[in-house]
Design a binder for this molecule. Structure first.
Ligand code: 5GP
Ligand code: MN
Length: 329
């Protein structure tokens, strides 16, 4: 079993600091929110008093049940912190903020570090961190950090960490549902996380309007050459009274198509802008496809923004995806 080494530099930094700004990524999901909150709650248990969890974008409706989710701030506090910890992301850009007032910077993340970020002053001045793309979720890394700090898990921490792992393993279905993910989930359930209550809140809780939007979106389903895709337009959002938050899981549907190796979700995000979610069933590295459009993510789940009319965007992206698929044959 592969295990991440928890940097002693990070543990010392945490031990020696007293104020913490914890920041996840834009468009946050369960791993970003759950890991950030679990870290905050764990640090509180260590006696740290000044902790602020920050998220540029609001907490999605179906994650508001997470313990302490309501304490998450959208605006940066004016005061300076000892440490800012980036969780589930590894660049300023992904946090959605330009700067933070903090003496030290740390990262706890499981995304591949882009070469440009590794060279940036932000990264070279980093005080400590763990970046392990082999970890199924940032939540697994936070779990290990808390364990190394000898924090005793309670129901609030366990619930947040379980939600983080549940989301990033697709409900323990993806290839990252490793012995480590499952064993950690077992510890979390023993510590008080309730699998059904958490799954119910996250998966069985779609607003009616969201399913209406899914209906309109599924009507756009197309497939060609092992690629399946769907599109949500701004007109559809208007018609159903929904927002981008209502299509968080839509990309799962083209991935379900038999014979599809690559799934793409095109979400209109402005007059001539589309936010893409890409998924692979294993053969194609969709992070590389997303990277060629300035995005990133994981080998099997990635995203990017592409400008142009819908037709232009689809032509550009499908061409790259087709090429990537051909190269696997
Ligand atoms: P999603 O498709 O669910 O928005 O994102 C899938 C994965 O790709 C996530 O790990 C997310 O962090 C990453 N991702 C999504 N959009 C972008 C983007 O524009 N830039 C980068 N670097 N990563 C992204
Ligand atoms: Mn994650």
């Amino acid at each position: 079993m592969k295990t991440t080494k928890i940097s002693s530099k990070l543990l010392n930094l945490i031990k020696q600091s007293s104020s913490f700004l914890i920041v996840g990524h834009i468009n946050p999901e369960g791993d970003s929110i759950g890991s950030s909150l679990a870290l905050a709650l764990g640090l509180k248990k260590l006696g740290k008093k000044d902790i602020c969890v920050l998220s540029k974008d609001p907490v999605p409706e179906n994650l508001k049940f997470l313990p302490w989710a309501r304490t998450i701030k959208r605006r940066r506090p004016a005061r300076e912190f000892d440490v800012v910890v980036l969780v589930d992301c590894n660049s300023m850009e992904r946090t959605g903020f330009e700067t933070f007032r903090a003496r030290k910077t740390a990262i706890i993340d499981h995304h591949v570090l882009p070469a440009e970020t590794a060279k940036s002053p932000f990264y070279t001045s980093l005080s400590a961190g763990i970046i392990d793309p082999g970890a199924a979720a940032a939540g697994l890394l936070v779990f290990k950090v808390l364990k190394a700090l000898k924090v005793e898990l309670d129901k609030t921490i366990a619930t947040n960490l379980y939600a983080a792992i549940l989301i990033d393993t697709g409900g323990f279905r993806y290839s990252n549902s490793s012995p480590e993910s499952l064993k950690t989930a077992c510890h979390l359930v023993e510590a008080g996380a309730s699998p059904w209550n958490i799954s119910k809140e996250i998966f069985e809780n779609i607003p009616f309007r969201g399913l209406k939007l899914l209906g309109l979106t599924l009507a756009t389903l197309e497939r060609k050459d092992g690629i399946a895709w769907i599109t949500t337009t701004e007109d559809m959002f208007r018609e159903t009274g929904t927002t981008s938050e209502d299509c968080e899981e839509f990309v799962d549907f083209p991935r379900k198509v038999k014979g599809a190796e690559v799934a793409i979700f095109f979400r209109q995000a402005g007059e001539n802008v589309y936010k893409l979610s890409l998924r692979s069933k294993g053969k194609v590295n969709v992070r590389k496809i997303a990277k060629s459009f300035g995005g990133g993510g994981h080998d099997a789940a990635a995203g990017c923004k592409v400008t142009g009319s819908l037709k232009e965007v689809q032509n550009k992206v499908l061409k790259v995806a087709r090429k990537a698929l051909k190269e696997t044959k």
